[in-house]
Design a protein around this ligand. Structure first.
Ligand code: DLL
Length: 432
């Protein structure tokens, strides 16, 4: 596995992990109860004190935390350490409401770079590698998260940030990048551009670490085929820590959670009761090891299932399956439940790239669904009739998948807006 593999931690028996988590839980509950009035109030309201938390199972006695709680506490309300001990902030884009800010002490940053270093090593990185980071840098966690992990492994790090595809491709070739880190939709776009320019032969890429947005197994195969790499999923969220909360190893069979830092739970989003391994539910995290901004039982709204089975790679940390969507992802259009991932499946099966946008309107009390998808490959220069035929093919695919009519328009490459490198998949004008 190589000398950068944190073997003692990543292959420790689950019983040992549970001990770390149990102690971590007791400590963090005490810490926040004493230092964060918000938590003390929440616990007092339900009559729970830190002394009630004696084992890991007692976690269920604690209240959940939601994004609304974080927004209400903006900016400093959940800070568990004095501001002067903090050295960095990150923040969500705030496109759907007030921003959420997460604070880091130096120790928090070290812990985070541990997680991303593990992710890079799991994707095959050593200090021989050249890591091309085109996640956005700045308030978004993607860029600096992978950047710091790459330093920890000793890789040559290319801090490219997002955008300017010409420059990305130039450096990728000139520096001999071996590991690409970006959103899957940008990876698909880069793959397309590489194909178009006929420069695949100049590249040394061997692996990709793609996350920050939902993607499918079909999309993985498409990117892997075009770039000739192994594509690894990586998960994280600003509130808990950016990328690296969990990541895929060479088995590509679920993402290992850094369980020595985070306690995962999967709960039924309606009843909030825990669901067994293998059953879909909402992912909940307790970031017990964080100093500045530890969160207890944070509801992510992300849907997946968990397994504690030992992985073939030897790692013992629990794995979550590729994310299946979010509890707030489902759209109801003309009374029918629609997930963007269903549309993506139809598009990819018909040879399109997953660069699409759903625009929903309500006209004369009736919902309309417009699907814009970027032209790719041969379609970019095809004539009107070929484009119309492809649009009709997708309309019919969507009709059989969703049971409703959607208007489909092929639009110019790279014309669909991206936010922090993430494709903006849904514009629901009905809510405005
Ligand atoms: O997207 C952190 C990140 C950066 C993860 C780079 C991976 C790589 P946020 O902007 O706060 O943080 O968005 C977090 O994005 O709750 C999920 O809904 C979604 N998400 C993140 N990773 C994945 C993934 C970053 N691998 C939200 N698959 C999360 C599907 C993902 N969705």
């Amino acid at each position: 596995m190589g000398k950068y593999f944190q073997e003692d931690i990543e292959t420790m028996p689950q019983s040992e992990i549970k001990k770390i988590q149990e102690q971590g839980l007791k400590d963090v509950v005490k810490r926040v109860y004493e230092n964060v009035p918000f938590y003390a109030k929440k616990m007092d309201e339900i009559g729970v004190t830190p002394d009630d938390i004696k084992s890991l199972d007692d976690i269920t006695k604690l209240p959940f935390l939601t994004k609304d709680d974080l927004r209400d506490a903006y900016p400093f309300g959940l800070l568990a350490r004095p501001l002067k001990d903090c050295v960095r902030i990150h923040s969500t884009s705030g496109t759907t409401g007030k921003r959420v800010v997460d604070f880091y002490t130096q120790k928090d940053l070290d812990m985070w770079s541990d997680c991303t270093a593990r992710a890079l090593v799991a994707a095959g990185a050593t200090d021989e590698d050249v890591v091309h980071v085109c996640y956005g840098y700045g308030l978004f966690t993607g860029g600096s998260g992978l950047h710091d992990g790459s330093h920890k492994v000793g890789c040559l790090t290319l801090p490219m940030s997002s955008g300017n595809t010409d420059r990305q491709l130039q450096f990728m070739q000139d520096m001999g990048a071996t590991i690409l880190c970006c959103t899957p939709s940008y990876a698909a776009y880069l793959a397309e551009s590489i194909e178009k320019r006929g420069i695949k032969g100049n590249l040394k890429l061997k692996a990709g670490i793609f996350g920050a947005e939902a993607w499918s197994e079909d999309m993985r195969h498409s990117i892997e085929g075009k770039l000739g790499i192994k594509a690894h999923d990586i998960y994280g969220l600003t509130e808990i820590e950016g990328p690296g909360v969990s990541f895929e190893c060479e088995e590509q069979d679920g993402m290992h959670i850094c369980e020595d830092y985070f306690i995962p739970e999967v709960v039924d989003p309606e009843t909030l009761e825990p669901v067994p391994d293998g059953e879909l539910g909402e992912l909940v995290f307790t970031s017990f090891a964080k100093e500045a901004f530890p969160l207890i039982r944070y509801r992510t709204k992300d849907i997946t299932y968990i397994t504690h089975e030992k992985c073939k790679c030897g790692r013992t940390h629990a794995r979550i399956h590729r994310l299946m969507g979010r509890t707030d992802d489902m759209l109801i259009i003309k009374g029918v439940n629609v997930y963007p991932s269903q549309v993506e499946e139809v598009l990819i099966k018909r040879g399109m790239e997953p660069n699409y946008q759903l625009i929903i309107d309500r006209i004369d009390n009736s919902d309309t669904l417009d699907v814009h998808v970027e032209k790719s490959g041969m379609l970019i220069n095809s004539d009107y009739e070929v484009i119309k035929a492809k649009e009709r093919e997708i309309v019919s695919g969507l009709k059989s998948m969703l049971g409703i009519y959607a208007k489909v328009t092929l639009v110019e490459p790279n014309s669909i807006p991206r936010s922090e490198g993430k494709a903006v998949r849904v514009i629901d004008n009905r809510k405005i």
